[in-house]
Each structure stands twice: as structure tokens, then as C-alpha cells.
Design a protein around this ligand. Structure first.
Ligand code: ZN
Length: 175
């Protein structure tokens, strides 16, 4: 199985009937919803998809996506490199009603537009596998240093308070 481009106009019924395998390397820049949440779009994601029909006649996609990408550490705001891996088993359906009938060991994929852009599937699965708040391991994180730098910068900027005794002096003089 050679690694090629990810089809953006896929016939999901046909792929399942043919027991097709799709193996692709996808540039992060081709996944706009993922680009919005990562630090750099300079990364590639490996995608393996196996299409089949199961014994119930469902159109099934067994998939795995793996990659290494950078997000912003929520403690020190530097880039943190994350290894991501997602395994999934999808049942392709064509409306929300059919999605409710999908057995619990499969996840429904509602193919609302056809031909189907497989990048949408990869985006969905990748977004689900990303951490909501990414952090460095504690030993690699500069979060503590960052906070110290912040406080030394902030202090001199604090507004000068009026000397309260100066106000008292003024009041006394009025008497
Ligand atoms: Zn960090």
C-alpha cells in the first residue's frame, strides 16, 4: 500500500464495497480547523483508513491517525510538541436518524455532503484527540520562571499612591 494523497471526493459506499484501503500523509496546512488550534502548521499527519461492509451491511471505516504537532503550553506559553494518535471505528450514515441506530461499538459519521472530503473526517478525529489544555512535562516547562519574570516587570509599573499625610496636612491648613 503506497502513501498517496487523501481523496477529497470520495464515494464512501464504493470504497466500502471494494474493501479499499487509503494510506495518506496529510499536511497540517490542509486541515484549516486544526491549524486554528496549533502553534505551527509545519507538520504532517499519517492517515490509515480501511473501508468495509460489516455483517449488518453497515459501511464501516476503521482508521488510525498519527502525527507530531506543536501547540502552545498553557503554563509558559512556549511551543510544546505533542505526539497524537487516534484509533477509531466509524459507521457511515447519511442522516441523523440513521446515526441514532448505529451500534455503540461504532461512532456514526454523518456524510452530509457527497462526494465526501476525507479531510473532514481527519480534522474531526484529530481535533477530538488533541488536549484541551496542553502542557510541557513539569521538568521541561519554564512556567515558574515565566511567572517570576512577570512579577518583576509588573511591580515598577504599579501606580504611585498619594502620601495620605499630605492630604491630612491640607485639611489641617483649611482650619
Ligand atoms: Zn510549558
Amino acid at each position: 500500500m503506497s502513501t498517496g494523497a487523501l481523496p477529497n471526493r470520495a464515494d464512501l459506499r464504493k470504497l466500502a464495497t471494494q474493501n479499499a484501503n487509503v494510506s495518506a500523509r496529510v499536511k497540517l496546512s490542509a486541515l484549516p480547523r486544526v491549524v486554528q488550534v496549533v502553534e505551527s502548521e509545519e507538520a504532517e499527519i499519517d492517515v490509515e483508513l480501511a473501508f468495509r461492509r460489516d455483517e449488518q451491511g453497515l459501511y464501516v471505516i476503521d482508521g488510525e491517525i498519527t502525527g507530531r504537532l506543536a501547540m502552545v503550553c498553557q503554563r509558559c506559553l512556549d511551543a510544546v510538541t505533542l505526539d497524537v494518535k487516534s484509533d477509531f471505528n466509524l459507521a457511515v450514515v447519511w442522516d441523523d436518524e440513521a446515526a441514532k441506530q448505529v451500534p455503540t461499538y461504532l461512532e456514526p459519521l454523518v456524510a452530509s455532503a457527497e462526494p465526501f472530503d476525507l479531510h473532514v473526517l481527519v480534522e474531526d478525529e484529530l481535533l477530538l484527540s488533541l488536549p484541551f489544555s496542553p502542557y510541557h512535562d513539569e521538568k521541561d516547562c519554564h512556567g515558574g520562571e515565566y511567572q517570576q519574570q512577570q512579577s518583576t516587570v509588573v511591580e515598577p509599573v504599579a501606580p504611585k499612591r498619594e502620601n495620605p499625610f499630605a492630604v491630612l496636612d491640607q485639611l489641617k491648613r483649611k482650619d
